[in-house]
Design a protein around this ligand. Structure first.
Ligand code: FEO
Length: 159
């Protein structure tokens, strides 16, 4: 179980790194609101990694940090960014579900309980990204709509 938790810690750090890469992609394109949204998302992912860090330490395990893969740096469109973000979140959901399965199999109740927060969080994460994809579909090529969405996403604050 400890190995799996350490592997997942790395996945969350990678998520943070990926979203920071997306933030800088948007900032460079002067879409500051989109950039802000992903910067906050990146911070949240770091927070997720730190929850694993805390739990591993609390339960007497040793955190083993591994190499972080280099994230992608360029995308074809805003829609592509969000489609890939949704795919990434679905991948993380699958990993969380596998961890829950393992904890249940090993009758590791404390780990199962710890993971439940992430089960709920993943539902929210996927829904948030899907909502933005729906808005982007409505906006289409409308520059005014894009400007409004950039302002809306830029209002996101931590927590
Ligand atoms: Fe930490 Fe976006 O899942």
């Amino acid at each position: 179980m400890l190995d799996s938790l350490n592997n997942h810690l790395n996945e969350e750090v990678y998520s943070s790194y990926l979203y920071l890469s997306i933030a800088s992609y948007f900032e460079e394109k002067n879409l500051k609101g989109f950039g802000q949204w992903f910067k906050i998302q990146s911070q949240e992912e770091y927070g997720h990694a730190m929850k694993f860090y805390g739990f591993i330490n609390q339960t007497g395990g040793k955190v083993n940090l591994k190499a972080i893969a280099a994230p992608k740096t360029n995308w074809k469109s805003i829609m592509e960014v969000f489609k890939e973000t949704l795919a990434h979140e679905k991948h993380i959901t699958e990993l969380i579900n596998k961890l829950v399965g393992q904890a249940m199999l090993e009758k590791n109740y404390a780990t199962n309980n710890f993971l439940q927060w992430f089960v709920t969080e993943q539902v929210e994460e996927e829904a948030n990204v899907e909502e933005i994809i729906n808005k982007l579909e409505m906006i289409g090529d409308n520059k005014g709509g894009l400007y409004m969405l950039d302002r809306e996403l830029g209002a996101r604050t931590a927590g």
